[in-house]
Design a protein around this ligand. Structure first.
Ligand SMILES: Cc1cc2nc3c(=O)[nH]c(=O)nc-3n(C[C@H](O)[C@H](O)[C@H](O)COP(=O)(O)OP(=O)(O)OC[C@H]3O[C@@H](n4cnc5c(N)ncnc54)[C@H](O)[C@@H]3O)c2cc1C
Length: 387
């Protein structure tokens, strides 16, 4: 397995940093205030090829490693941006790379790589079943050479800024399968034709400027060939992409964490109260040092997860642990940064309250912390399955 050194990806860091520098704090602040989508930023990242990092070269992507791709996401967040607007574009298509037919790969991947098609929505979560994914109730039934979809999803992100969604639905009733993970299938849903023709989208106003929605399927018909992967094995198709998703989000949290530490350190050095920089007080500097140490430790697990994925080894434990540690470390860094800034931390123009809200999400989505504990308890430590 290849081990990475911190300075290994300096060329990627420099290039992504240069692009991000064209979108300063004011840009991201305004997008947040207006609850808008960072269209210009995402377009610039796409046109520069960064969003196609994980698409194989034969399909027009750059075929980079997970480690290299994670540096891109880290740098976006470290620059003050929010990868949440576009990270789906980097990993959702993984399901097509891994499970798509030759025809699907030939059709979709070059268009995604060229930025002609956005595939950045994944529809899994449902309002009545939540984390208990295999109980999901949305169904897909074959009828006259088409699939007919009925049901409901919640918290499905970037629908309004995506052309295609990958949908998980039940194709064989739970009562008729031996394993509860069987009987689920994945589908490619063309959102432009679906909305208004069986698919209704209801945006959810939420704590962050994260475009996310409730979806209602009422006899939505999609072509038979839009089944992605093997019928009944869709849970596996989705799972294959999840370790990549968790590892990339861990890297985003690491980027956030360094952003908070940089801001806290700078302010603690500059702000003078009681005749000395506040950072001279151990009560101010120790929590910053503590948060930095936690972040550095979390970063080691992020690299370990990348290395395992790139070595094509099972990275389930490392990807989950990296996401847990990084989300926790970035949140602690956020809290310390806010505290260090005193009242000014609450002023929007400092961007701390925005990043504070943004980084908090990652202890809940795309998988909540308790589910990670549960995974590690059962699959790493051999404790009894708890649900
Ligand atoms: C902004 C945002 C964007 C999202 N984007 C997407 C998306 O694009 N696609 C998608 O499919 N989903 C998306 N999600 C959904 C997200 O993955 C879920 O919210 C998350 O997995 C938790 O599910 P839930 O909200 O139903 O919580 P629940 O499953 O209801 O759980 C609530 C709480 O109880 C805990 N809990 C539940 N059961 C147990 C147990 N057995 N043991 C211990 N603790 C337990 C959970 O850890 C959690 O803390 C998004 C969510 C948000 C907030």
């Amino acid at each position: 397995m290849k081990h990475h050194t911190p300075d290994e990806f300096q060329d990627i860091r420099d290039a992504v940093r240069a692009l991000c520098a064209e979108f300063p704090d004011e840009y991201h602040r305004k997008v947040d205030e207006q609850r808008a989508y960072p269209e210009a930023f995402v377009n610039a990242l796409t046109q520069a090829g960064w969003m196609a990092a994980l698409i194989p070269e034969e399909y027009g992507g750059s075929g980079l490693s997970m480690a290299a791709a994670s540096v891109i996401m880290e740098e976006i967040n470290r620059s003050g941006g929010n990868s949440g607007a576009c990270h789906g574009q980097m990993y959702v298509m993984n399901a097509i790379v891994r499970s798509g037919s030759a025809a699907q790969k030939d059709f979709y991947l070059p268009k995604i790589a060229a930025g002609e098609l956005r595939v950045q929505s994944m529809g899994v979560t449902e309002p009545t079943t939540g984390s208990d994914t295999t109980k999901l109730k949305t169904t897909a039934v074959r009828k006259d050479g088409r699939w007919v979809i009925n049901g409901q999803k919640v918290w499905i992100s970037r629908i309004q800024h995506s052309d295609i969604m990958i949908l998980l639905a039940r194709t064989t009733p739970l009562a008729e399968v031996q394993k509860k993970t069987d009987g689920l299938s994945c589908f490619l849903v063309d959102l432009k034709t679906a909305v208004g023709n069986g698919l209704t989208v209801q945006p959810i106003l939420n704590m962050v400027n994260h475009e996310t929605n409730e979806l209602f399927f009422d006899n939505l018909e999609i072509p038979e060939e839009n089944l992605l992967g093997v019928e009944g094995k869709g849970f596996r198709t989705i799972l294959d992409g999840l370790n990549a998703e968790r590892t990339l989000i861990a890297a985003e949290c690491i980027g956030d964490g360094y952003w908070f530490i940089d801001r806290a350190t700078k302010y603690a050095n500059e702000r003078v109260v009681f005749g000395r920089p506040i950072g001279q007080n151990q009560g101010v500097q120790f929590p910053i040092a503590d948060a930095f140490i936690e972040l550095e430790a979390a970063n080691l697990m992020r690299w370990k997860a990348c290395e395992k994925i790139d070595a094509r080894e099972n990275a389930g434990a490392e990807a989950n642990m990296a996401k847990y540690l990084a989300a926790k470390a970035s949140w602690e860094a956020a809290n310390v940064c806010l505290q260090t800034h005193g009242g000014f931390g609450f002023a929007c123009e400092y961007d701390i309250e925005r990043k504070f809200r943004e980084t908090r999400l990652y202890q809940v989505a795309p998988i909540s912390t308790n589910m990670i504990f549960s995974y590690v308890a059962e699959h790493v430590l051999g404790l009894p399955k708890s649900y």
